[in-house]
Design a protein around this ligand. Structure first.
Ligand SMILES: Cc1ncc(C[n+]2csc(CCOP(=O)(O)OP(=O)(O)O)c2C)c(N)n1
Ligand SMILES: [Mg+2]
Length: 365
């Protein structure tokens, strides 16, 4: 049977090569900033701190993956590997008291917002010493005292909560803003559009950020959504931006400017940050929907390697010093595995604690 045009478009798998033999990519990355760290207002220490953070997120997840494969814990495990410049650049651009909320690809966000490797690994292992007392697992990292509100499993489900956080901040007049991260797979969920409408109507100081990593499970972004994602904002008269998420400086530069605007003028903002996830959607993904060549194309722009090269080129640290930081982080992660293994599971009674169901409203009826 001859293939017609439509069959080619709707092929269930296989983003291969286009007719010119080029690797067909699921998302196009815009250029990165040309500015150096000092002109962005970052000190040498900030740059080293950013590297530390990205490397911690990377090694934590690589080890978590090994532990999962060894059967040390079960459930889902969605890795953030490849996207670390977004969490890192953002947290450096925001104030520590600004609220952050994200979806289930949340380990990197938790770590950069102060969850320790111990607390994170213990949470994966389901132990009582975990950041959510072992009752949340991979998808529900949280640290409310650091204004990190999790870790949410329902696609688009946390977007209205971000508006609620922004509403609370505006109501209290505390000058804090909220920042909500979700995937390209969430952009057509009704919850996003209902929230954008209210956010614009009430001028809520909230930044809505799509981490467009090219895929929603196994479906490439350009096969599951029409038009340009950041242009969704136009329908609501909301300000928008789109930029490269494989470079921490680019994320920092843009997020800082946007956060200042949102804070100063109490307005919402809609952003698409383009990035790429190196690993499968979750651990059970055979990744038949993409080619090895496509993955390799993006790995050439790896955020961790890019930062390492920058630090050496700018002579911020010597190679030996960088290596010892890496070694330190490696140890921190290995120790977290030990900590998680030795920690106790929560007691059965703890199942009834930290529950939202205990409101008088439900009990009295
Ligand atoms: C409402 C809802 N529908 C479907 C799912 C199943 N599901 C889990 S993750 C996912 C894909 C989301 O992709 P994206 O938003 O791009 O995030 P990414 O995994 O790329 O970070 C889907 C469909 C879900 N969790 N919630
Ligand atoms: Mg995605």
């Amino acid at each position: 049977m001859s293939k017609n045009k439509h069959e080619a478009i709707f092929t269930p798998i296989g983003l291969n090569y286009d007719s010119n033999g080029r690797v067909e990519k699921s998302v196009e990355l815009p250029p990165v900033t040309k500015k150096k760290h000092k002109s962005l207002g970052l000190s040498d220490d900030d740059v080293v701190g950013m590297f530390r953070q990205m490397y911690l997120q990377r090694r934590f997840e690589e080890r978590a993956m090994q532990m999962y494969q060894k059967g040390k814990f079960g459930g889902f495990l969605h890795l953030y590997i490849g996207q670390e410049a977004i969490s890192t650049g953002t947290v450096y651009a925001l104030d520590d008291r600004d609220d952050i909320i994200t979806a289930y690809r949340d380990h990197g966000w938790g770590l950069v917002r102060g969850i320790t490797a111990n607390e994170g690994m213990a949470e994966l292992f389901g132990k009582a010493t975990g950041c959510s007392k072992g009752k949340g697992g991979s998808m529900h990292f949280a640290k409310a005292e650091n204004h990190f509100w999790g870790g949410h499993g329902i696609v688009g489900g946390h977007i209205p909560i971000a508006a609620g956080l922004a509403f609370a901040n505006k109501y209290k007049g505390n000058g804090e803003i909220s920042c909500c991260f979700f995937g390209d797979g969430a952009v057509d969920q009704g919850s996003l559009h209902e929230t954008l409408n209210m956010a614009q109507l009430w001028k809520l100081p909230c930044i809505f950020v799509v981490e467009n990593n090219g895929y929603s499970m196994g479906t490439a972004a350009h096969r599951h959504t029409v038009g340009e994602i950041y242009e969704r904002a136009n329908g609501y008269g909301m300000k928008s931006a789109m930029f490269n998420g494989m470079d921490a400086f680019t994320v920092y530069e843009n997020m800082k400017k946007i956060a200042d605007d949102v804070r100063e003028n109490s307005i919402p903002y809609f952003i698409e940050i383009r990035t790429y996830r190196y690993r499968g959607h979750s651990m059970s993904d055979p990744q038949k929907y993409r080619t090895k060549q496509e993955l390799e194309e993006y790995q050439k722009t790896d955020p961790v390697e890019r930062m390492k090269t920058y630090i050496l080129d700018e002579k911020i640290l010597k190679e030996k010093e960088l290596e010892s930081i890496q070694e330190e982080i490696e140890q921190e992660v290995l120790e977290s595995i030990d900590f998680a293994e030795k920690s106790p599971f929560p007691e059965p009674e703890e199942l009834y604690e930290d529950m939202f169901a205990g409101t008088p409203y439900f009990h009295d009826r």
